[in-house]
Design a protein around this ligand. Sequence first.
Ligand code: WTA
Length: 651
Amino acid sequence: MVLATKWVVGPDEKGYFWPNEEAKKHAWVNDPKIYEEAAKDPVAFWEKLASEGITWFKKWDKAYEWNPPYYKWFVGAKLNVCYNCVDRHVEAGKGDKPAIIWIPEPTDEPKRVLTYNDLYREVQKFANVLKNLGVKKGDRVAIYLPMIPEVQIAMLACARIGAVHSVVFSAFSADSLRTRIEDSEAKILITADGYYRRGKIINLKQNADKAVENTTIEKVIVVKRAGIKVDMKEGRDLWWHELMENVSSSCEAESMDSEDMLFLLYTSGTTGKPKGVVHTTGGYIVMAYWSSRWVFDLHEDDIFWCTADIGWITGHTYNCYGPLANGATLLFYEGAPDWPEKDRWWQIIEENKVTVFYTAPTAIRMFAQWGEQWPAKHDLSSLRILGTVGEPIDRDAWMWYFKHIGGSRCPIVDTWWQTETGGTLITSLPGIGPFIPTVAGRPFPGVTADILDSEGKPVGGDTGGYLVIKSPFPPSLLRGLYKDEEKYIETYWKEYGKEIYFTNDGARWIEGKYIRITGRVDDVMNVAGHRLSSAEVENAIDSDERVSECAVVPKPHAIKGEVPVAFVVLKNVEPSEQLKQELIELVKQHIGPTAKPEEIIFVKELPKTRSGKIMRRMLKALLKNEPLGDTTTLQNPESIEHLKEAVGYKG
Ligand code: WTA
C-alpha cells in the first residue's frame, strides 16, 4: 500500500492546524507576507493578478473607479470569458486534457469525459445555435438544466456571444422559474426532458411548460437526457441534439467590455421577490480564476470536485468559470449522494482519484449521521484539500470531515462568500493556514473586511459585530440588482452608508486576525446550504385564502443547519392536520421542495411591534428556548403567553 501524503500538522496548543513543509512547497502561495503586500496597494495587486491570470483583448485604461455606491474594474478593457475558459487552453496545446468528467447517477451508464477540444467544439456549435435563433449580445437566456455538461456548454456559449445567462436551480418550482423569467425578460429557455434523482426520473419539461406560458420566452431548447416522452410544442420547442446537427463549429468569441454583464443570478433577500444579482465580465473572471487557483491550490494534475448545484453561485464559480479558466479538470456528478448506496460520493472519489473536494457542512453532517463505515469502505488517499461553504461549520462536523474524509492528512478550507461576492472572500489558504475549526479565516489577499458594531465602530477583542467589506471592493462584487437600484442601495449600502458594503452576516474576530462567521442577521435562512428568505415562504402560505397572516423563522436543525418553521394565524377556519399538509404542499409548489416548512404552528396572533412589524426575533428565541428579551414594547404582549404554550417554551 502506498502511504498517502500528509499535508497538515496539528492541532497545536490552540487547536489550530497548519500546512506542513510538503504542503507549503506544493502551494502557489505560502508566504503570509502576501496579505500585507496586497493591503499596501490593493488596486495594484488586483491589476497584477488580472494581467497574469487572464487573457485580455485590450488592456484597461483605468483599473478601478469608485463612485459610491458604484464601482468598476478594469475600465475600458476588452475580453471574453469563454475564450479564457476554453480557447486559450486549446491554443496552448492542452486540447486533449479533460475539462469535465461527468458522472451520471445510474451506475450502469458510463461516465462522459469532455476534453477542452470537445468543449471548444460544442460551445461554438451551441453559440451558433443561439445566434441562429436570434440571440444577440445583451439578450437574456434562462437556463433550467440539471447537473449535465450541457449546462456548462450553454453558459459558456452565452458568454461567448455576450448573452446574459440566468441559471435557475432545477429543483425550483415552475412558479419560481416563471418569476425569474419574467423579471429578466429572457427570450430563450434551455431545459431538459428530465433527469435522474435517486433512481427516479424527474420530469423537468413539465415544469418548464408551466413556467413559460405567456412570458417573453420565444423558444425552448430541450436536452434529451432521460429519454422520457415529453410534449413538444410546435414552433416553440426544439431539441438540442437536432439543433446541433448541422451547425458550424466555428463562432468567434465576442469582444466584451470588462463591465458588460456576464450573468444574472437570482437569490433570496428579505422581501418575497428574489433579487437578480448582476455580475460583470472582467472583475468576475479575475476573482473566479485566482480564488480557484489559490484557495484550492489547483495544479495541472488536480481533479477538482465541487458538489454544489450549478443553480447556485458556488456552482457558477467553482463548477464552471473558475476551474475552467485555470484549465483544470472538474468532476460533475448528476445525482444524489446516497444513490444507490450511502457511499456513492466516496466511491466516486476513489474511482476518479479526486484530489480537491468541496462541499457544504449540511452534507457533512448528513454523512456523519450515516456513519464512518461508508467512507471507510473506500480508498480516499488521493485527496489533498477539503473545502466547505454555505454556512458556519460546527466543530463536530469539521472534525468528522477532517478525520473520516481527509484521513487527518488534509487541510480544510472554510470559504465564506455570497452570491453577491461572486467568489470566496474569507478563507485560509492551503499553503499558509491556519485551519481552525469553526473559523473561516482571513480576508483573501487584496480584500478589506472589517467587523463593526451597530454604530459603525470597529469592534475589538472578541466582541461580535457585523461583517462589512471596504473599498477597493473585490473585483467580483455585484454591480447591482437587475432593474432594482433602490433595493441594491437599501440592502447593501444603507446600514453603514454608501461607502461600506454590508454583508448581512454577523461575525467576530479571533485573535484580531481571523474571522468567525456567526450567521445571517437579516430574515434570510440557510436551509441545507440553500439560501431562502422568510418572506418568500410567507408569501406562499399567505396566498391560501384561509390564512390571515403568518411569520416564518428558522429553527436549528441537526443536519440541515436550519429549517423553516411557520407560525400561522387562520381566518375563520379550524386548524387541522390536513390544512397543515396543504400549506406545506403550497410552499413546495410555489418555491420548491427545499423550502418546505418543517413545522406549521397555528397561533391566535403574532407578536408585533407598535408599528405593526412582526417580531421574528422573538419567534426565533421561542423556538430556540432562549431568553425573549424585553417584551413590553410589543403592541400585544399578551400574545407571548399563548405562543409559549404553542411551542412548548421552557425558557
Ligand atoms: C452563508 C453561498 C459561514 C452566509 C456561497 C452568507 C457562510 C450566505 C459561509 C450566502 C461560511 C456562506 N461560513 N457562513 N464558510 N459561506 N455562508 O448567497 O450567511 O447562497 O451570507 O452564497 O451563506 O449564501 P449564498
